[in-house]
Design a protein around this ligand. Structure first.
Ligand code: PEP
Ligand code: CO
Length: 451
């Protein structure tokens, strides 16, 4: 399908699921106009760099680490929170780079992850039914009638928070904080005494020795300075609210192509990936790398259709498929998909999201996930790819830089009765720092054996 009949707003001719019912359309139009005048959050050149890295991921030459909040929040918006989310991703990337011996591409679920698709349009608490919370760019998480009314001005607030977040991330990643010689400083006090924290510290010691050795033999000159000092870090979020995404779409002056400049990478969620839907229509026309979440019910024909629509030129790095079947189903669902796609020669980066197929309700109706299920799905993902001769390109997590108690298991032995101690997510349960380091070490071990 050619993009000649595509426009940033052509999606409006298609059915758009999971969109808020904005009570004030005039206000929405006003916000749209404002957003379409504001500066882009990312630049086309950076987006092309990420696409080139993801082409390496599809070919097994690099590994994708994507992670961050399920939903960013307006209230938890501080320099420390942003810094700590960056720290944990940098720590995981060090563990993976060391274990895999290949570049790890770091992509945060950050600076735009404000909108949530919901399984049910209403939430019921103690017999009271209200519209569901749809992410802070739409409505407020508090359980009151007023809070749940969608307000388009929130889209603008999400934009400004994203701008401020990406500004700090750029300062951290280019200003010396992410310098490889700072490895020890990324280990936070509350995790330093845990087995994972200690294991990380040991690795940091070894790497620091290696860096000192390299310096001693002269590999630390100006030509290598920025490799050690700076880190490439990209942003991503679910492209859910199409008014927001199309308002931030810009035509690149260099190539004439359209880019969604709200983030480097955008993905389509499991609930909005219909071939004839508005989300696929919107994303087919922008040149960013695009991800699609695929759950246990997806068919090989649907995946082929997504490749045709979203990547008709079969360009490596353009399409990432993020599988999220659940630990009990991946063994049945993933092998047939890989077998159906292999003879097609499609350029796809296959990524595992072991979070979204493994959510369950603990007593007290608390949404949680267990480390056991997460690790089991990851293990199956790598074993299946090895057996099929296909490439496991990376991993996708919901995690945070804090010591929260939202997922159970891991070395701190978080059990169901501990969940309420620090349950702070506004949407899905996230891994805390120790649990995040745990999964990074496991993935490194699994892959060291198989690739
Ligand atoms: C998410 O990533 O937060 C999400 C809603 O995922 P999925 O579309 O896979 O359910
Ligand atoms: Co989620």
């Amino acid at each position: 399908m050619s993009t000649s009949n595509w426009q940033p707003l052509s999606w409006r001719q298609f059915k758009a699921l999971q969109q808020p019912e904005w009570p004030d359309r005039n206000l929405l139009d006003e916000v749209y106009e404002n957003l379409s005048r504001y500066p882009p959050l990312v630049f086309a050149g950076e987006v092309r760099d990420l696409k080139a890295h993801l082409a390496d991921v599809a070919q097994g030459k690099a590994f994708l680490l994507q992670g961050g909040d399920c939903a960013e929040s307006f209230s938890d918006f501080t320099a420390n929170a942003i810094r700590d989310k960056l720290k944990v991703l940098l720590q995981m990337a060090v563990i993976l780079t060391h274990g895999l011996g290949k570049p790890v591409i770091k992509v945060g679920r950050i600076a735009g992850q404000f909108a949530k698709p919901r399984s049910s349009p209403v939430e019921v608490q103690n017999g009271v039914s209200l519209p569901s919370f749809r992410g802070e760019s739409v409505n407020d998480p508090s359980f009151t009638e007023d809070a749940r009314i969608p307000d388009p001005r929130r889209l603008e607030r999400a934009y400004f928070q994203s701008a401020s977040t990406i500004n700090l991330l750029r300062a951290f990643t280019c200003g010396g904080f992410a310098d490889l010689r700072q490895l020890h400083n990324w280990n936070q006090d509350f995790v330093a005494q845990s087995p994972q924290g200690q294991r990380y510290a040991l690795l940091a010691d070894q790497l620091s020795d290696a860096l000192r050795f390299m310096k001693a033999i002269g590999i630390n000159g100006h030509q290598h300075g920025s490799v050690l000092r700076e880190v490439e870090y990209f942003t991503s979020h679910e492209a859910l609210i199409l008014e927001y995404e199309s308002a931030l779409t810009r035509r690149d002056s260099l190539t004439g192509d359209y880019y969604d400049c709200s983030a480097h990478m955008l993905w389509i969620g499991e609930r909005t990936r219909q071939l004839e839907g508005a989300h696929v229509e919107f994303l087919r026309g922008v040149k960013n790398p695009v991800g699609v979440k695929i759950g246990p019910t997806v068919t090989a024909d649907e995946v082929l259709g997504l490749c045709d629509r979203l990547n008709p030129q079969n360009e490596p790095g353009r399409l990432t498929l993020i599988t999220r079947s659940g630990h009990g189903r991946i063994e049945q669902t993933l092998p047939p998909l890989l077998r159906a796609m292999a003879p097609e020669g499609r350029a796809i980066a296959w990524i595992c999201d072991p979070m979204h197929g493994n959510t369950y309700e603990a007593p007290g109706r608390i949404k949680t996930r267990s480390m056991e299920h997460i690790l089991s799905e990851l293990k199956s993902f790598f074993t299946i790819h090895q057996a099929e001769g296909t490439i496991p390109g990376g991993v996708h997590f919901e995690l945070t830089g804090d010591n929260v108690t939202e997922c159970i298991g891991g070395s701190h032995e978080i059990r169901e009765e501990h969940l309420t101690e620090r349950y702070e997510t506004t949407c899905d349960p996230r891994l805390n720092v120790a649990q995040s380091l745990d999964v990074a070490f496991l993935v490194a071990e699994l892959l060291r054996g198989s690739v």
